[in-house]
Design a protein around this ligand. Structure first.
Ligand code: HPA
Length: 282
């Protein structure tokens, strides 16, 4: 068994011993986007550092946990705090929690992130539904021996951000009066923000927003057949667009400002996925 598979097995066995919950919906919460957790009737909280085989945090003050709970009666598992490629983890490690969710029974995954706006029509604080991505990280979480039990060597990713779910979420956001942009997310490895020239290049190749996460998790989810919904919070306009320097504090300040709206959108996404799974369209 490959080392990563072994680590996934060990971590999964431990998590199973702490919670017998079998959620069909998973959620990954990005930086500063943890507000949704307060809406969960929590049944179990498992800190990452107690999970055997889990990546060891390198970041000071890093706190992360798998949270199990029900949102309006819908069982869910939430990755509260994620691992980033720029922290030095491999992309396989970054996406380990996705494979654990798969083993728990998760069929649809909502992935959230903070991102810089490249599309000049966006503004700070906008919410963007991810329609597709460009993997500019220079790596791929599926590189190396294929884990056949999860999926094929060469997975199709033509509908990686599941179209059915996107269309329905757009509808429900519109009905609820939540403004929702849409666009293509490009992953830069980070941790430095982009140069102005890189942003012009990213715009030229069709990207609407840039961030340092999401792509490893989305590719790993697609590999194992999960449906994916991706939502970016445009916390700042990308380098070179506005006359100011980028600062992580601004990213956190914007997520703080839009947290209620963001959390409402997550609620809509969860309810929509649940309804979709319960009443599949024929
Ligand atoms: N670039 C990359 N990642 C980000 C940004 C950005 O401008 N804003 C939030 N995450």
């Amino acid at each position: 068994m490959s080392t990563i598979n072994h680590r996934i097995e060990n971590a999964f066995a431990y998590i199973r011993s702490q919670s017998k919950s079998a959620p069909k919906i998973g959620l990954i919460l990005g930086s500063g986007l943890g507000e949704f957790i307060s809406k969960l009737d929590t049944t179990a909280r498992i800190q990452y550092q107690e999970i055997p085989g889990f990546p060891i945090s390198t970041v000071e003050g890093h706190e992360g946990a798998f949270v199990f709970g029900d949102y309006e009666g819908i069982p869910m598992v939430v990755q509260s705090g994620r691992f980033h490629y720029y922290e030095g983890y491999t992309q396989q490690e970054v996406a380990m929690p996705v494979r654990i969710m798969k083993k728990l029974g998760v069929e649809a995954l909502v992935i959230t992130n903070a991102a810089g706006g490249i599309n000049l029509a966006f503004s700070e604080g906008a919410l963007m539904l991810i329609t597709d991505h460009i993997n500019y990280s220079g790596d791929n979480p599926l590189r190396g021996a294929n884990l056949d039990e999860f999926g094929p060597r060469f997975p199709d990713v033509s509908d990686i951000y599941t179209k059915d779910l996107r269309l329905q979420l757009k509808d429900s956001a519109e009905q609820s009066g939540i403004a929702l942009d849409e666009g293509i997310y490009i992953m830069n490895s980070g941790p430095s923000f982009e140069t102005a020239a890189e942003i012009r290049f990213f715009r030229a190749i069709g990207a609407d927003a840039v961030g340092m996460s999401t792509v490893p998790e989305a590719l790993t989810a697609a590999h194992c057949g999960m449906k994916v919904v991706g939502i970016s919070c445009i916390t700042n306009m990308a380098t070179g667009i506005l006359e100011k320097k980028l600062d992580h504090k601004e990213v956190i300040a914007t997520t703080g400002r839009v947290k209620d709206e963001f959390s409402k959108l997550i609620c809509l996404a969860i309810k929509m996925i649940h309804a979709h799974n319960c009443h599949p369209k024929s």
